[in-house]
Structures are given as C-alpha cells and as structure tokens.
Design a protein around this ligand. Structure first.
Ligand code: LLP
Length: 422
C-alpha cells in the first residue's frame, strides 16, 4: 500500500498535488511519501520480534531525509561504504544499530567504522578479516564480526541482482565457513558474534530464502559445536515488491516473518534484517514532463525529460516500472501505445516499450512508479544532465531534500590542468 493516489483528477502524494509541485520544483523530480516509508517500515518491523534489528539498506535510498524519517521509526542501517556510514550517522542512526556489508571495505573505511563503534562487520573474505584485525588492533579495539556465508542457493531473480549462488563474488564459500571461523577465533582483535547471509534482491518466492536460512541454521549448530559464540543471525535483504499490478504479488512481510521464525527461531539468536527495496521502492515516484511526442516507423515515442541517468533500472535490469499520467484520465480516455523514452543518446534509454497510456501531449506530466529504491541513488550526470531533484512529502507539506545540481555546479566538478590553461 502507498500514499500516491488521484484526487480531484490529479495524482497526489499524500495531500500534495503533484502537478502543482512540478510547477514549483521543475521536472524531473523524485517524490517520496513519508507516510508510505513509515508504514512500510512498521509493517515489516511488526512481522518480527521487538528485539530484531531492522537495518535499512542505505544503498536503496540514501537521502538523509529518508534515512532520518526511518531513524525516527527506530530503523538501523546496513551500509556498504564509508560514505553510507557517514550518511547513516548523520541521519541520527546510532552506531549500535549499524552493520557494515560489502566485499571491498578499505582500511580507511574499516577504521572509520571501528571508531564509530558500529554493531557488526559482515566480513566477506579472509584478506578482509586480516585487514580488520590489524586495523582494530592498531586502534586498541575489538571488531564484532559475522561472516557472510554464501549458501550456494539460486535465488531465481534477475542475474544482475542474484548473489547467493556459488559463482558470485559475494560471501565465503560454504565449504570454507568453519575453517574461516576457526581462523578468526585465533585473532585477538576479532570478536565472533554471528553469521550473515544475503542471497539477492527482488526475490518474490519464499522458497530460496527458506532454503538459505535452513542452511544457515545448520551452520550455526556446527559453529556452536566448534565453540564459537554465535549470538546473531543476519538474514540480509531481498524480499521483492510488486512492480506491476498484473503479476502475482510477492509474499507479504508477515508471511516472510512467519517463515523466518519457523526457520531460525530454534537458534534463539538475535535477528538482523537488511530490507531496502521493501521499505523504499513503492514510497517513491519519478515525475517527468513530456518534451515531445514523436511518430516513428510503427511506433510512437513519448520523449520525457527524465532519462536513464535519473533512473537506470529499466536500462540495466530490464526492470518494469508502471507509468501513469499525473492528470487522471477519464474512464473513456483514448489509449495510445507508446515507447516511453528519455533524452539520453542511448538506445537503452527507455522506460517502457509498447505501453498503453492515455493520449498525452507535450507538457503533460507522467509519474514513473515504484522508483523510491535504487532510483536516485543510482543516478548520474551522464550526457551532462544534472540528476533529478528529490522531494519529500509529509501530509500536505513538502520539502526539496536534494536540489537538482545547477548547470554551473555540474561544470565546476571538472578541473583544467595547468598545461591547458594558457
Ligand atoms: N543487504 C545486502 C548485503 C545487499 O547487498 C542488499 C542489496 C540488501 C541488503 C538490500 O536488498 P533489498 O532488500 O533492497 O532487495 N540495484 C538493484 C538492486 C541491487 C541490490 C543490491 N544489494 C535494482 O535496482 O534492482
């Protein structure tokens, strides 16, 4: 459920009229709904015991205002870089609720996270373990560590967002897990606290999760038998969201929660979850204006002012995003089959192919839905296009939470070397 709906013939975000907002902030812009973010967080959190740490995956949406909204609901953070760590801390998420994932944490990043006193490092390799041990020792600290174990499970999601099978760069191979824990137990500045797993993203079936979690439980038993104090299990993120109304909806959080409890409760470990998309995707939309309607050979192109530099998911993962007109079409409105495309000079700059929409003309507004996760965070300035602004709505209030970079600022990012000055 989300809080984007038509009122008086215009799409609204909560109480805010998006056509009026577009006139004020200019297009394209991302618009996030506070009520939707809060609701998604609450529904997810309620599916688990109070003691569970819900660490929002900052990579899905790192806007400080979004993070702060979630922090106020009690969210922790799953971060994958020093930059995300700084963002999470700045948004008021306590270090005691932050976990640090990722295959390539540098010593500088490890040092920052140790000094901040984060809750857990999800370590993905032996070299990383050694780097963490050395860094912690040099600071006179001990690092709380869970190893991310690759359970060798095929998550049956898009190949580019599947991480749990044995040929990805992620995690410690299942067969080496016990040896790596044994090695870690010998290191003075390492404190073994748990096991971590993450098998992929936009997973719409409980079966691969369950298979992975059962393997984790088996491993926890073995590790405890080996003498390790495994008090926490981090189950990663990955529960999918409904991107299209005509597909079977993915399992709801409470079904996911019930499956998780069934699979792992016997361990009595503290659970950590790292949802990203589930919280943010349907809490955000990308609003764009039609620049031209162009007739092609057998195709009609709706050329809008957002491009793949603003929302790369369709180009990168063939992702489907629903698109609606901001002005509500009447029940008898004529429908036209469009390719909805951006202005970027790439064939892949296409948001939707052969999509039936009400007839639109230059200047009309469209909303690309379910764009709150992996949207703005993945934007770039490709084609020297300043990425879309971001706006957060709360009831009838709104605020620009990231302005569009102005053209001068975009130019100012480059430097001319001395030999070209003269
Ligand atoms: N934890 C870890 C270790 C992850 O790698 C990810 C996502 C998450 C949690 C959050 O997963 P979620 O709950 O959002 O599924 N850009 C792609 C998605 C990449 C996901 C990367 N890892 C997309 O737009 O579909």
């Amino acid at each position: 459920m989300n809080h984007f709906s038509y009122r008086d013939g215009v799409l609204h975000a909560e109480e805010v009229d998006l056509a009026a907002l577009a006139d004020k902030v200019g297009t394209p812009f991302y618009c996030y709904s506070t009520a939707t973010l809060e609701r998604h967080y609450r529904v997810f959190a309620e599916a688990f015991s109070k003691d569970t740490l819900i660490a929002f995956s900052v990579k899905a949406n790192g806007n400080l205002a979004v993070l702060k909204t979630l922090a106020r609901q009690g969210a922790g953070a799953d971060v994958v870089s020093g930059g995300e760590l700084r963002k999470a801390l700045k948004a008021g998420i306590p270090a005691s609720k932050i976990v640090f994932s990722g295959v390539g944490k540098t010593k500088v990043e490890l040092c920052a996270a140790l000094q901040a006193g984060i809750y857990q490092f999800n370590v993905e390799s032996e070299p990383e373990l050694r780097a963490l041990d050395e860094t912690a020792a040099s600071l006179g600290l001990r690092a709380p560590v869970a190893f991310r174990i690759n359970p060798g499970v095929d998550a049956k999601t898009h190949a580019k967002i599947s991480t749990g099978h044995s040929e990805t760069k992620f995690g410690i191979p299942w067969s080496r897990a016990r040896a790596v824990y044994a090695e870690a137990a010998k290191l003075k500045a390492i404190e073994i606290v748990g096991v971590d797993v993450h098998i992929g993203s936009q997973i719409t079936d409980l079966a691969p999760f369950e298979a992975a979690f059962r393997r984790v439980v088996e491993l926890v038993g073995q590790l405890r038998g080996d003498g390790h104090a495994i008090g926490r299990i981090d189950l990663g993120g990955g529960l999918g969201v409904p991107y299209r109304a005509d597909n079977e909806p993915p399992p709801l959080p409470h079904a996911y929660g019930a499956m998780v409890r069934e699979a792992v409760d016997s361990t009595h470990a503290r659970l950590i979850l790292e949802p990203g998309r589930m919280i943010a995707a349907n809490a955000g939309i990308l609003v764009a204006r039609v620049i031209y309607v162009k007739k092609g050979e057998g195709k009609t192109f709706l050329i809008v002012d957002a491009g793949m530099n603003d929302l790369v998911r369709p180009a990168m993962y063939d992702a489907f995003h629903d698109i609606v007109a901001v002005r509500e079409p009447g029940p008898d409105a004529e429908r036209v089959r469009y390719d909805v495309v951006g202005p970027v000079c790439e064939t892949s700059d296409i948001f939707a192919a052969d999509r039936d929409l009400p007839r639109l003309k230059d200047g009309d507004l469209v909303a690309i839905l379910s764009a709150g996760a992996y949207g703005a965070v993945m934007s770039s300035a490709y084609n020297a296009r300043p990425p879309a602004a971001e706006v957060l709505v709360r009831d009838g209030d709104w605020a620009v939470v990231r302005p569009r970079m102005d053209d001068d600022a975009l130019l100012a990012t480059d430097r001319i070397p001395g030999w070209l000055e003269a």
